[in-house]
Design a protein around this ligand. Structure first.
Ligand SMILES: *Cc1c(COP(=O)(O)O)cnc(C)c1O
Length: 384
C-alpha cells in the first residue's frame, strides 16, 4: 500500500517538472531600495513598500512605543480582551482618509477578504469577479458558497451580459475587483463598473491593496483617483505602501457594525498586534501629509517607463507602481530574472499558475533614486 503522504512528493515533482516550483529568498538591509539578497548586494525592485515606509524611523518608533505601552500581542479577539487604543484610532483615521463613515482592521488583507465576502453573500447569492482578481477575493468567494462567475479582464460589456443573464435568479449580487491589479499593475474601469452595479442593484467590493498610498491626490487610492465617492465596500492592506501589517475594510457605519458581528476572520481571531497597528497609524499620517513621497514615486515610474519604451520592450498596460515586461516563455523569463539578479537587480519572474503569461515584474519605490532606475535599465541592457 502507498504511504498516506506519498502523494506530496509526487505533487512536488510535478511542480518541478512544470517549472512552477517556488521557494523563498532571504534578504536583509537597513534601507528599502538597496538590499543584500542571499549574500549579493542588489537593487530591490520586488517590494510592495512603495513609499519606503517599512524602514521609516517614525514607523519603527511608533511600533516600539506601542510595544512598551501595550505589549507584544493583543492577547485576545477584539470582542473579548484584544481591543487597544490604537485600533480605533487607526480605524477612524483610515475611515476619514477613505471618505467613509467607519472602518475595521483585520490581521491581514487576505483575512479581510476571507471575512467580508462570506459576510455579504451566501448560497442564494451571486459574485461577479474579474478573472485577474487577487487570490484572497477568490478564496473569500469560495468560502461564501455563493455562485461565482468571472468576466474577462476589465470587460464591462461581458460583466453586463452576465448580469442580464443571471442577476434575476439571485437574491444579492456582489461585484469584486482589484482596483490596481496586483500582477499587471493596470486599473479596473471603476466609473463604468460602478454605473453597471447601480443599474443592476449590485454591491461592490473594491480591493485597493496596490492603490492605497499610490493613487489619488491624497494617496487614498483608485476611487479618489477617479473622483468617485459611492457607497461601496472598500478594502485594502496596511502591508504595502503603508509599510506595516494588517488589512482594512471601510464603508458605512452600518456595514462596519455588521462586520464586527458577522466577519468570522475578524470575530474569531486575535486583534491586530499593537505594534503593527501603531506603525500603520503613523504611516497613514505620513502618506497624507507628505505628498512629495508620491511625487518622487511617480517620477521614478515615469523614468522607468521611458527607459522601457526607449528599448522597445513589451511593457504591459499599467497605471501604478507595478511595471511588467514580457521577455518570452516561462523558461526564458526565469533565465532573464536570474541574469538580472547576477547583474545586481532583484525583480521576480512571475509565472503560471500565478498569471496566464510569464513576465518580469518591477515594483517601483519612492526611495529609488534616478540613478538606481538608470542602473536597472543598464542591467537590462546587459542581460539583453
Ligand atoms: C497583497 C494583496 C492582498 C493581501 O493583503 P495582505 O495584507 O498581504 O494579506 C489582497 N488583495 C490584493 C489585491 C493584494 O495585492
Amino acid at each position: 500500500m502507498d504511504h498516506p503522504y506519498g502523494w506530496i512528493a509526487s505533487d512536488l515533482q510535478a511542480l518541478h517538472r512544470a517549472g512552477w516550483y517556488r521557494s523563498t529568498r532571504l534578504s536583509h538591509g537597513s534601507g528599502s531600495a538597496q538590499i543584500e539578497l542571499e549574500g549579493r548586494r542588489v537593487l530591490q525592485f520586488a517590494s510592495n513598500d512603495y513609499l519606503g515606509l517599512s524602514k521609516d524611523s517614525r514607523l519603527v518608533s511608533a511600533a516600539i512605543d506601542a510595544l512598551r505601552i501595550h505589549g507584544a500581542g493583543a492577547t485576545g479577539s477584539r470582542l473579548l480582551s484584544g481591543e487597544r487604543e490604537p485600533h480605533r484610532q487607526l480605524e477612524k483615521r483610515l475611515a476619514t482618509w477613505k471618505g467613509c463613515e467607519d472602518c475595521l482592521v483585520f490581521s491581514s488583507g487576505y483575512l479581510a477578504n476571507l471575512g467580508v465576502i462570506p459576510a455579504l453573500v451566501g448560497s442564494r447569492d451571486l459574485v461577479l469577479a474579474d478573472e485577474y482578481n487577487h487570490s484572497s477575493l477568490k478564496s473569500g468567494t469560495q468560502l461564501s458558497g455563493a455562485q461565482s462567475l468571472t468576466y474577462p479582464h476589465g470587460d464591462m460589456a461581458q460583466l453586463e451580459e452576465e448580469l442580464v443573464r443571471h442577476r434575476g435568479a439571485h437574491r444579492r449580487c456582489l461585484i469584486c475587483t482589484d482596483t490596481v491589479f496586483s500582477m499587471d499593475g493596470d486599473l479596473a474601469p471603476l466609473p463604468r463598473l460602478i454605473e453597471v452595479a447601480e443599474r443592476f442593484r449590485c454591491m461592490v467590493l473594491v480591493d485597493e491593496a496596490h492603490a492605497t498610498g499610490v493613487l489619488g491626490p491624497t494617496g487614498a487610492g483608485a476611487l479618489e483617483h477617479f473622483g468617485l465617492a459611492p457607497s461601496l465596500v472598500q478594502m485594502g492592506t496596511l502591508s504595502k505602501a503603508l509599510g506595516s501589517l494588517g488589512g482594512y475594510v471601510c464603508g458605512s457605519a452600518e456595514l462596519i457594525d455588521y462586520l464586527r458581528n458577522r466577519a468570522r476572520s475578524w470575530v474569531y481571531t486575535t486583534g491586530l498586534s499593537p505594534a503593527d497597528t501603531a506603525a500603520a497609524l503613523t504611516a497613514v499620517d505620513i502618506v497624507r501629509s507628505e505628498p512629495e513621497l508620491r511625487t518622487r514615486l511617480w517620477q521614478n515610474i515615469a523614468r522607468l517607463q521611458a527607459g522601457f519604451t526607449e528599448r522597445q520592450l513589451t511593457l504591459l498596460p499599467t497605471n501604478s507602481a507595478v511595471l511588467c515586461i514580457r521577455v518570452g516563455d516561462v523558461e526564458r523569463t526565469r533565465r532573464f530574472a536570474d541574469a538580472l539578479r547576477e547583474a545586481g537587480v532583484y525583480a521576480p519572474a512571475i509565472r503560471p499558475p500565478t498569471v496566464p503569461t510569464s513576465r518580469i515584474r518591477f515594483s517601483v519605490m519612492a526611495t529609488h533614486t534616478p540613478e538606481m532606475i538608470d542602473r536597472l535599465l543598464a542591467a537590462i541592457d546587459c542581460v539583453l
